[in-house]
Design a protein around this ligand. Structure first.
Ligand code: PA5
Length: 472
């Protein structure tokens, strides 16, 4: 396998004399970035593997995500079905073949990665398609990520219906994901959906149709014991929620809907190899961090716009917003991430991005190929909309013109821009992208003197909510 990732990062449009940064500033930062990268492998990873004591200033330390893809793939090579990956594949196949619908319950890091993978790699209207058009895979829904009564009722209503063409007679399953096992949104939803499943299919169906993904102990682990769940998976120790997409948290749902999780992990493996070995100047991760960090430091650019030029990547952007915000938004520091989907949001946000406060960098994510045949504008008799002169232009031509035109407009006004290019949206490229963003977030945290792991600030609302609920 080549060690060169397929993603490319171009930051030429951020090298702006008056409003951006210079290559010299980036060159000066490389030694520091290299030291941080090397420390991740010399301090964080060995500490995670219990070969060293975790220094006090690095606690909590959830560095387990770093080499997780490599470990999962190596274990699968050695032990096949007995390995964790082998078990995920086996359970996913069982669920895939025995139900029409799957409800994934989880919040934050416990569902956003799976959602991103589904939206990126499945057909756009996956759930609307027939079973045959879905490749024989069940429909999938996400809940437990809110306490919205009507939204939950809506899904409960839907799940009780049986479609004529459902080969499994309307059977459905629950994948309930919570690392702590105590998150109230997920726990409250689990009660609802468990009750619905029980009343529809009987108590005896539950052990086969409820698959928990949780920590070794906790309320959800106890609940799973009480149900007698046939299969269950661990959120590994040392892998934090928002870094868990390439653990069973993301892999099980992805595999249930038929995604190639081996290729997903191979993509992440490739990014790991690149990150660990490439010189800083050629290193995608370090350049992405360096450019964004310097813009913040020298130009007070503290809004990071992730500008995705594909609808399929919207929830990948939301996954990244959560990863970045919860990791580096601490100690009154940390830029604000914001995902926009273009060209859609050019009609809602571009005005501000072009002429508003100079506190934004546009980080484009551009996909270089399409899955489907190209749609052309085509001829229309009478030319009512005057588009006949563009009749041979395809949607891709329109998209490319919009990307080039937008970049030119921002360049003309000295608005810093970068572009991350993906050759395609598939499992391998998604593995590269997700791993790149997780590594970049950790590097940036260390660069800012912020521990990227843990989320102490979120505890406050949880405690207040609990107190309010329990006060008579
Ligand atoms: O990144 C994180 O740690 C959080 O977003 C968690 O994933 C989220 O709070 C859900 O936690 P849990 O999996 O314990 O239910």
């Amino acid at each position: 396998m080549t060690q060169k990732p397929l993603l490319k990062f171009d930051y030429a449009d951020s090298l702006l004399e008056e409003t951006g940064i210079s290559q010299a500033q980036l060159d000066d930062l490389y030694p520091r970035l290299q030291t941080i990268r090397d420390e991740l492998y010399a301090v964080d990873l060995p500490a995670f593997h219990a070969d060293a004591v975790v220094p006090a200033d690095r606690q909590p330390l959830d560095a387990g995500f770093m080499d997780l893809p490599d470990r999962l793939l190596a274990a699968y090579d050695e032990q096949r079905e007995a390995s964790e990956l082998g078990q995920i594949l086996k359970t996913a196949k069982r669920i895939r073949e025995s139900v029409d619908r799957v409800v994934v319950l989880g919040i934050g890091g416990s569902y956003m990665g799976a959602r991103a993978l589904m939206d990126a790699c499945c057909e756009p209207y996956y759930n609307e398609l027939s079973r045959a058009d879905r490749g024989g895979r069940p429909r999938i829904y996400f809940e437990g990520n809110n306490v919205d009564n009507d939204a939950m009722q809506g899904l409960l209503h839907l799940i009780r219906q049986t479609n004529q063409d459902d080969p499994c007679g309307g059977r459905w399953a629950i994948v309930v994901i919570s690392k702590s096992g105590g998150t109230i949104e997920t726990a409250a939803a689990f009660r609802q959906f468990l009750g619905a499943l029980e009343s529809q299919l009987g108590k005896e169906a539950l052990p086969d149709l409820v698959v928990p993904v949780t920590g070794a102990s906790g309320k959800l682990a106890d609940f799973a014991d009480a149900i007698g769940c046939r299969d269950r998976f661990l959120v590994p120790d040392g892998v934090g929620g928002r870094f868990s997409v390439l653990s069973p948290v993301g892999l099980l749902p992805a595999s249930i809907i038929g995604l190639d999780i081996m290729d997903l992990l191979r993509g992440a493996w490739l990014m790991n190899a690149h990150f660990q070995t490439a010189e800083p100047r050629d290193n995608l991760v370090l350049n992405y961090v360096g450019v964004n960090h310097l813009l913040e430091r020298h130009r007070q650019i503290d809004i990071r716009v992730l500008s995705v030029w594909s609808k399929a990547l919207e929830t990948t952007g939301l996954w990244y917003d959560q990863l970045f915000a919860e990791s580096v938004g601490k100690q009154e520091l940390g830029a604000t991430p914001l995902t926009v989907v273009n060209t859609r949001d050019l009609h809602s946000r571009a005005q501000q991005h072009q002429e508003g406060a100079r506190n934004k960098v546009m980080n484009n994510v551009v996909v270089e190929s399409n899955r489907c045949n190209l749609l052309e504008i085509g001829e229309r008799e009478g030319n009512p909309d005057l588009l006949n002169e563009l009749s041979c232009k395809s949607m891709v031509d329109l998209m490319n013109a919009a990307i080039a035109g937008t970049n030119e407009a921002y360049r003309g006004d000295g608005r810093p821009t970068t572009t991350l290019s993906m050759p395609a949206i598939n499992e391998n490229c998604m593995g590269q992208l997700l791993q790149m963003m997780m590594l970049a977030t950790v590097v940036e945290g260390r660069l800012m003197g912020i521990n990227p792991y843990g989320q102490p600030g979120v505890e406050c609302y949880k405690q207040n909510m609990n107190r309010i609920l329990r006060t008579p």
